[in-house]
Write a protein that binds this ligand. Structure first.
Ligand code: SAM
Ligand code: SF4
Length: 338
């Protein structure tokens, strides 16, 4: 449609078929990882060859199109995004893209000690670091390969660099216990961090393990309150992104719960996910996908690509089907990026 000579279908905020504003793009930069977390992937995971992934120029072109369509917030994820060559340059170019207001990164933190400062200088605003326990031995069991001290050094470096830090923890029955959950929540007493507990979601080939070993928000909250006192709701109980926030008595930071399994937040979903192989995932926990890489490599015009993106946004499904035991099995979490 033309108004005052402007194509308003390309400048209005993108809405999906359910009337939700969709303006947040998570971009997975690689499906590969330097850890093998039990809740995310099997230990013998095969990764895609580099040629199957979007090149930097293809990725930046697509990010530019999303920005033109009204997307304002980008979060890089993976696999492990710090393994992507040129990550700092990708962040710099994305932060400089007209329309993009915020660039974040979700990482396991292993390489953050070296990267936090250059990333901050390149325009990164915020970093979410995965940390499931403060116990070295259990950290190794959960991640299979990791060293806790690398992650702690990464978090300290992120703070020093002036990045806004959030901690993501996934409680898994038999791996991290009540004490681990309380220890992580205790960090918020002295630090202005948001420590978020994510209910383990079933996805891909390890869905049975994930369903059997999930620990629900109710249980996690009980452990925290029994040890550290009452969790008082923040923001009148409103969601902050996908997390419901609480504060422990006299705490500087907050404790959040991301409970897609027991308390789905699909009604407020505002995101799409572009995976490293150039496929757009319409809902984290549904198999609906649209291939953008093939059209990019076939030389589609910018207008045609933007139309495809807009139509894909429109088709976003209402929400997941976990309550009906509908589980997406075509991808592991590490391929999508969370
Ligand atoms: N490698 C980075 C990391 O671990 O932060 C980014 C990718 S990881 C797939 C993104 C987020 O998904 C992490 O916070 C991780 O804890 C979370 N995650 C992985 N598997 C999950 C699952 N089955 N259920 C819920 N969250 C999961
Ligand atoms: Fe790697 Fe992140 Fe998955 Fe752990 S959660 S295996 S760090 S992608």
């Amino acid at each position: 449609m033309l108004i005052f000579g402007l194509r308003i279908d390309f400048i209005a905020m993108p809405l999906d078929q359910h009337g939700r504003t969709i303006n947040y793009l998570r971009v997975s930069l690689t499906d590969a990882c330097n850890l093998r977390c039990v809740y995310c992937m099997p230990e013998q995971m095969a990764f895609r060859p580099g040629t199957a992934l979007l090149r930097d120029d293809e990725l930046l072109m697509l990010i530019g199109f999303f920005a033109e369509l009204g997307f304002e917030k980008i979060r890089f994820t993976g696999g492990e995004p710090t393994l992507r060559r040129n990550l700092v340059e990708l962040v710099r170019a994305t932060a400089a893209t007209p329309g993009i207001k915020s660039v974040g990164l979700t990482t396991n933190g292993i390489l953050l000690d070296y990267l936090a400062r250059p990333l901050r200088d390149a325009g990164l605003d915020r970093v979410n670091v995965s940390l499931d326990t403060l116990d070295e031995a259990r950290f190794r069991q959960i991640t299979r390969w990791g060293n806790l001290r690398d992650v702690l050094a990464g978090i300290e470096a992120a703070e020093r660099a002036g990045l806004r830090v959030k901690i993501n923890a996934v409680p898994v029955r038999g791996y991290n216990n009540n004490g681990d959950v309380a220890d992580l929540a205790r960090l918020t007493l002295d630090r202005k961090w948001q420590v978020r507990f994510i209910e383990m979601m079933p996805l891909g080939g390890i869905a049975q393990f994930q369903q059997t070993n999930v620990i629900t928000e109710t249980e996690i909250r009980q452990h925290i309150e029994n040890t550290l006192g009452p969790l008082v709701p923040e923001n009148d109980g409103q969601l902050d992104g996908e997390a419901r926030l609480y504060r422990l008595p006299k705490a500087k930071g907050t404790v959040g719960f991301i409970s897609s399994v027991s308390h789905p937040f699909c009604a407020g979903c505002n995101r799409m996910r572009l995976m490293a192989d150039g496929i757009l995932r319409l809902c984290l926990l549904r198999e609906n996908e649209v291939d953008l890489r093939k059209p990019v490599r076939a030389g589609w015009t910018a207008d045609r690509l933007k139309k495809l993106i807009r139509e894909s946004v429109h088709q976003k499904p209402w929400g997941h089907g976990l309550a009906e035991n509908k589980i997406a099995t075509n991808r592991a979490m590490s391929e999508i990026g969370g």
